[in-house]
Structure formats: structure tokens, C-alpha cells
Design a protein around this ligand. Structure first.
Ligand code: SF4
Length: 476
């Protein structure tokens, strides 16, 4: 049963009003490694295959009805501050773009900066009108807004594709992934592909990445119609995209390869270096050749090429908080921005621990005041950053114990050569940035493991005994 049907069926069965459901679709049941978990009107936990994890436990859905209240240390002060912060959040320029144009609102600027890749990460420039821009979508298929619970921004879109039916509008990643990435410039078809992914329970970033890889390999002659069960996989062919999504979810014919994810699909055809992924996670659509800090983010994220561990691309375009120690650096800068990236990763670790949306950019001082008032503490922004750093390092040592070393802190080859259409031949100086990154993090360059001094500084000395043997093995 697909995801929206599942939600309806569960609510119908338990008959408790106000129930919310998180569930998987057929992709999760089929254990596809990029299966998602979907809730409400299409809000998804899309990355890293959590839907497959649920599927592996035969867990189709979880239904929740909240009751009771959440105690707050100083409710009066908290409510006062929350109202003030929400007003400021609504007036923030990036919030206004997100509300007015959805996350697609950044599309034009990211296109201009060559942050949004095209033709499976081989081109940086658009040719002709970009129909997936936020403005074009607003003026064509958008008929309303949607929001997560209590959010004043409401970045979600509601679209009508001409059939009078209201449906979830596509957000930036889906538009970029099924759009310029595949050389499709049709917001209606792209919105349909996004909806197909949601209904079947597939992460739209990974699905569009894998299809883009198939188009590239077919174009290069590294796969042919004998491999694809007769399907001609050409750039811009929307009918083929639809067919491939359906075949993937059933692991049918050529879909059995796509269902492996980009890295393992490419391995089947000796083309691993063509896959744009890190540690098995397909990259999001924020290319380091337009926003160089994203190279470090993808290479060092605890879960592969993930933009949800640090949305540093927004720092690249001006979201710079001096209270975090961030300074503005050119989007195509180099090693000088490494300090920024480290601090931003630490700060976003705090956000992820709080389960806060990255678009809700409450200024750091205000956010820390809210936390203090809610739990009765007196933590400073610097102390909060340290807590984030501790979280980042703890995730690192968990990965180290699972076998990750500095050899895993890499970028796919496609990110280390210039775009085919970029005369400047720019690529970020990734080796120098990584060297500086290890220095700033206090991590060993060979093993990739946090050093003793760093662990002690973060009160993580208790993990040392687990790591000592590992360092010796890696260095020998
Ligand atoms: S919480 Fe975040 S994702 Fe949800 S509507 Fe608000 S801005 Fe958008």
C-alpha cells in the first residue's frame, strides 16, 4: 500500500481523531536503500534509507496521538520570547523568500552561481529559461502554501497541475534533481515525479541521482540497451524517468540495478567513479564547484553526501552569524573558509539535536535564550557550540568504531574536476581544505580518529579505550 493510502487506512482503523501517522511505502517494504518515511501532507525523512530500516523490522507505520503537555521552566518568559522570535523569524529575508516562493525561491540564484548542477553534475550553466524557478512556479502551478506544525514560514507548496487536484508541490531538491540534473525543464512532470517518489516511498534526491547516473552512463556508452532491457535512457526523456521509477520500486528488469543506489549500481558496470555519492549516500543538489564549503560538508558528514548535516550553501550566499564566529567568504573560496565550515557543522549539530528545521534561522543568541528559558539553564552561545562539537565528534567515533577512516573523507571524482561548461576551470582546493579541517578538528590525518587531546577537551575521554586499538591497526 502506498504512503498516503497507508495513512488514511491506519487513521480509519484506529478511529482516534487527531492521530498522525509516519509510514513507509512499497520501497521501504522492498528494502530499497533509499526508501523514506513519510508523514502528514508529504513531510519526509528522506535520506539514508530509514524506510528500509522500518521495512526490515516489518514495521509499516507508527500512529501517534499526543496528550498531556510539555513542561517548560519559565512558561511566561518562554511564551513572550517565542512570540518575539517568531515575529523576527517571519521578517527574516530568507524566511520571506521561502514563504513567498518556496524552497525553489533559491533556484535562480543557485543557478547563476553554478551551485545547482545540471546533466548529472557535469554542467553548471543553464541554457534558456529556467522553468523550475520559484517565480515561474508561483506564476504557473502554485495554488497555496503548506507548513509543518506551528511554523510561521510555511515553505511548503500546494500545486494544481491542471487537473483541479491539489497536491504537494515539489521543493528545491526534487525540482533540481528531476529537472536540470536530467535536462527536464517541465515543472508539471517534475512535480509528478516527486509525488510518485512520495507515494512509493523513495527519497527523491537519491532516485533522481540514480536516474541521472543511468543517463550519463548510457550517454557515455558505459551501458547500452542490452543492459537496460531495451530501454533507451536519453537526457530529458520524462517518459523514461517515469518508467524507471516504477521499475526501481519493483526491482524489475533494469530497475534492479537502480534499486541498489548510485554507488552499487555503478559498481555493477565498473563505473564507480562516475557515481556522485560519498560513503554510499547520493549527493544533494548543492555543488561544491559553486559553493566550495559543500565539498567539506559532503566529505566529512557522518552520513555521506548530506546537506542536512550542514546547509553551508546558505552561509555561502550570506547567512553569516557573527555570534557563531562566522565570516563571509567567497562561494568559490578555499582553505580560508574551513573554520567557518567546522563552526557551522557544530551549530547544525545543535539544531539536529533539537530537531529544529534549518530554515528556522532564529539568531543564535535568541535560540540559546529560548533553550535556557525552557529548561532552566544559563548556557552561552559558545558553550552551545561546544555541545555541538561534542555531538559531531561523538558521531565521528561511532563511525570510526564501525570502520570509517580518513580514506572515507573523500569526494567523488565528478566534484574534483571542473564543470564541462565552465571556462574558468574552477575546482575547490579540496586536499588543502581537508588538511586544514583535520588540524582544526584535532583529528589524526591518517586514521581520521579524534586525538586524545580533543577527546579530553570535549569530555569524551571515556571513548579512548575503544579507539586505541583501532589507531594502531590503521597506522600499521
Ligand atoms: S518547519 Fe521548515 S520545512 Fe517545515 S514549513 Fe517551516 S520552514 Fe518549511
Amino acid at each position: 500500500m502506498e504512503t498516503y493510502q497507508t495513512q488514511e487506512a491506519v487513521i480509519e482503523e484506529i478511529k482516534i481523531s487527531g492521530t498522525r501517522v509516519a509510514c513507509i511505502g512499497p520501497a521501504g517494504e522492498a528494502l530499497i536503500p533509499y526508501a523514506l518515511i513519510l508523514s502528514d501532507h508529504g513531510r519526509v525523512a528522506g535520506r539514508t534509507g530509514m524506510g528500509a530500516l522500518m521495512g526490515s523490522k516489518n514495521l509499516k507505520a507508527v500512529a501517534v496521538k499526543g496528550s498531556g503537555s510539555i513542561p517548560v521552566h519559565d512558561p511566561d518568559q518562554y511564551n513572550l520570547m517565542r512570540s518575539q522570535v517568531n515575529r523576527e523569524l517571519r521578517d527574516d529575508p530568507i524566511s520571506q523568500v521561502a514563504r513567498e516562493l518556496g524552497t525553489a525561491g533559491v533556484g535562480d540564484y543557485f543557478d547563476y552561481l553554478m551551485v545547482m548542477p545540471k546533466r548529472y553534475y557535469t554542467q553548471g550553466k543553464s541554457t534558456g529559461e529556467l522553468k523550475i524557478s520559484g517565480v515561474n512556479i508561483k506564476n504557473s502551478i502554485n495554488v497555496g502554501l503548506s507548513a509543518c506544525h506551528a511554523c510561521v514560514i510555511a515553505c511548503g507548496r500546494i500545486s494544481d497541475l491542471g487537473d483541479g487536484k491539489k497536491r504537494k508541490g515539489a521543493e528545491f531538491e526534487t525540482l533540481a534533481g528531476f529537472g536540470p540534473n536530467l535536462l527536464i525543464n517541465d515543472p508539471i512532470r517534475i512535480t509528478e515525479f516527486g509525488e510518485m517518489c512520495d507515494r512509493h516511498g523513495l527519497d527523491s534526491i537519491s532516485m533522481s541521482n540514480v536516474i541521472g547516473l543511468a543517463m550519463l552512463l548510457y550517454d557515455l556508452g558505459l551501458i547500452n540497451a542490452n543492459d537496460t532491457d531495451g530501454i533507451e535512457i536519453n537526457w530529458g526523456d520524462a517518459a523514461v524517468v517515469e518508467e524507471l521509477i516504477l521499475k526501481t520500486v519493483k526491482r524489475e528488469d533494469f530497475g534492479r540495478y537502480l534499486a541498489l543506489g548510485a554507488r552499487d549500481f555503478a559498481r555493477q558496470f565498473n563505473a564507480e567513479e562516475r557515481a556522485i555519492q560519498v560513503n554510499g549516500l547520493e549527493a544533494a543538489y548543492h555543488d561544491p564547484r559553486g559553493a566550495s564549503g559543500m565539498g567539506l560538508v559532503y566529505a566529512t558528514s557522518p552520513r555521506g553526501a548530506c546537506h542536512n548535516q550542514s546547509d553551508y550553501y546558505l552561509v555561502e550566499v550570506g547567512q553569516v552569524y557573527s555570534s557563531l564566529g562566522l565570516t563571509y567568504q567567497s562561494p568559490r573560496g578555499s582553505v580560508e573558509k574551513t573554520t567557518n565550515v567546522v563552526r557551522h557543522q557544530d551549530w547544525r549539530t545543535v539544531f539536529n539535536s533539537l530537531v529544529m528545521c534549518f530554515f528556522a534561522n532564529v539568531p543564535p543568541d535568541n535560540l540559546v535564550d529560548l533553550i535556557n528559558t525552557s529548561v532552566g539553564l544559563e548556557i552561552s552561545v559558545d558553550q552551545m557550540l561546544k555541545i555541538g562539537e561534542r555531538g559531531w565528534n561523538l558521531k565521528r567515533v561511532i563511525n570510526n568504531r564501525l570502520g570509517l577512516t580518513s580514506a572515507n573523507d573523500t569526494l567523488p571524482k565528478g566534484f574534483t574536476k571542473p564543470y564541462d561548461d565552465d571556462d574558468s576551470d574552477y575546482v575547490p582546493d579540496f586536499p588543502a581544505m581537508m588538511q586544514e579541517y583535520y588540524r582544526l578538528r584535532g583529528w589524526d590525518e591518517v586514521s581520521g580518529i579524534p586525538g586524545k587531546e580533543k577527546l579530553a577537551e570535549l569530555d569524551l575521554h571515556w571513548v579512548e579505550k575503544d579507539l586505541e586499538g583501532l589507531v594502531k591497526v590503521i597506522k600499521s
